[in-house]
Design a protein. Structure first.
Length: 210
């Protein structure tokens, strides 16, 4: 498969802290050219959260964009979405049994050992990180860095998504080091948050990764 060069992640916690919903952010990002969105919610899927995910799924479908749910294969099944799982989640093999052969499945890795072990997993793409220091996780794994990304890239031929601390200033270096796509959370959100500012930031990102 071929992934878009930019992999935006909608983190409900970060958005909620800033008084913005994932639905509004998704609308602006898709209008700005996003071709894939991941819905990331760390917590229980109460009805209001599920309804947000459902609305984002509908927006992605209308825009012709891929939609991925972080961690939760059951929610992805309900929304006809792809799934991205981490090292502590349900193993990719079990997720594949649940979602079938056609839905997109991503798997996070954080070091050489995990990347090598992922060779046996039925994932469509792999993620590697954190490439740089990140504030989006409470207990992040050790930083990978650009040189290690470059060294590890040849170990797997599937699309590789770099994640962790990636900004407009360093994204080009990450892509040049071998990443097929860059996953971004915080730098998608301008200081002054509005529909217009998020759309403009997404358009800026599209020019950077082009």
């Amino acid at each position: 498969m071929t992934l878009p060069r930019l992999y935006p992640i909608l983190d409900t916690g970060i958005l909620g802290q800033r008084g913005f919903t994932a639905v509004k952010a998704a609308e602006a990002m898709l209008e700005g050219g996003a071709q894939i969105l991941q819905f990331r919610h760390k917590g229980s899927y109460r009805r209001a959260v599920f309804e947000q995910a459902e609305q984002v799924a509908e927006l992605c479908w209308k825009a012709g964009a891929l939609f991925v749910i972080d961690d939760r294969a059951d929610i992805a099944l309900l929304l006809n979405a792809g799934v991205h799982v981490g090292q502590q989640d349900l193993p990719p093999g079990d997720v594949r049994r649940l979602i079938g052969p056609d839905r997109i499945l991503g798997f996070s890795t954080h070091n050489e050992a995990q990347l090598r072990a992922a060779a046996e997993e039925p994932a469509d793409y792999l993620a590697l990180g954190p490439i740089f220091e990140t504030a989006s996780k409470q207990k992040p794994d050790p930083v990978v860095g650009l040189e290690e990304l470059r060294r590890l890239r040849p170990l797997d031929q599937r699309p590789l998504v770099a994640i962790g601390g990636i900004t407009r200033e360093n994204a080009r270096a990450v892509l040049d080091a071998g990443a097929d796509s860059v996953a971004v959370i915080g730098d998608l959100l301008p200081r002054e948050l509005s529909y217009e500012s998020i759309r403009a930031r997404m358009e800026e990102w599209q020019r950077i990764v082009r």
